[in-house]
Design a protein. Structure first.
Lengths: 111, 115
């Protein structure tokens, strides 16, 4: 079963705008990760945030984690057409050592 | 380009065929995974190998049979599949099992069609 629910399911923005996607999960976690998947390709790891961290940056990516609300957000700033992809959050639970992908957000960046 | 190589990229097979999917990594990773992904859905875990031993089988039907001949190779043997098994099959690896210590590295998958 899936641990994470992402919203929105689909997002369409103009190049240069910021894109924000959210992930909510159900049980306590060790860490939360974000992956990108281009159409028909494998997933690529973007960033990992641990349960004791609140915010993390990597280039144009900013991830926040609120363990009290069991939610995370991924912000992509100054989006580019090449950012068009599906984005999945993934959580490693701290009970039973399980790992789940969320439902995903499909991002389209219009040039 | 990915450091996890999957072959073939595409496979069409009949319900009576036997075929195999192959996955290879040379990053020294000791955990390897098979995932199944349907269109517009997240990957679903099928099997996990840790140090060449099957660690997790997510109640996958026996028509899917995994094999880990050595630390670099992972196979998925297919037999008597159903049309609903058509999907993108993804292989992944990580330094050790699960990803709190290292992220998953994915191959580009095998697009399987069962006719």
């Amino acid at each position: 079963s899936q641990q994470g629910e992402e919203d929105p399911q689909a997002l369409s923005i103009q190049e240069g705008e910021n894109a924000t996607m959210n992930c909510s999960y159900k049980t306590s976690i060790n860490n939360l990760q974000w992956y990108r998947q281009n159409s028909g390709r494998g997933l690529v790891h973007l960033i990992l945030i641990r349960s004791n961290e609140r915010e993390k940056h990597s280039g144009r990516l900013r991830v926040t984690l609120d363990t009290s609300k069991k939610s995370s957000s991924l912000l992509i700033t100054a989006s580019r057409a090449a950012d068009t992809a599906s984005y999945f959050c993934a959580t490693e639970t701290n009970t039973g050592n399980q790992f789940y992908f969320g439902t995903g957000t499909s991002l389209t960046v219009i040039p | 380009d990915t450091e996890v190589t999957q072959t073939p990229k595409h496979l069409v097979m009949g319900m009576t065929n036997k075929k195999s999917l192959k996955c290879e990594q040379h990053m020294g990773h000791r955990a390897m995974y098979w995932y199944k992904q349907k269109a517009k859905k997240p990957p679903e875990l099928m099997f996990v190998y840790s140090y060449e031993k099957l660690s997790i089988n997510e109640s996958v039907p026996s028509r899917f049979s995994p094999e880990c001949p050595n630390s670099s190779l992972l196979n998925l043997h297919l037999h008597a599949l159903q049309p609903e098994d058509s999907a993108l099959y993804l292989c992944a690896s990580s330094q050790v099992i699960w990803t709190g210590r290292s992220p998953l590295h994915f191959g580009n998958g095998t697009r399987l069609t069962v006719t």
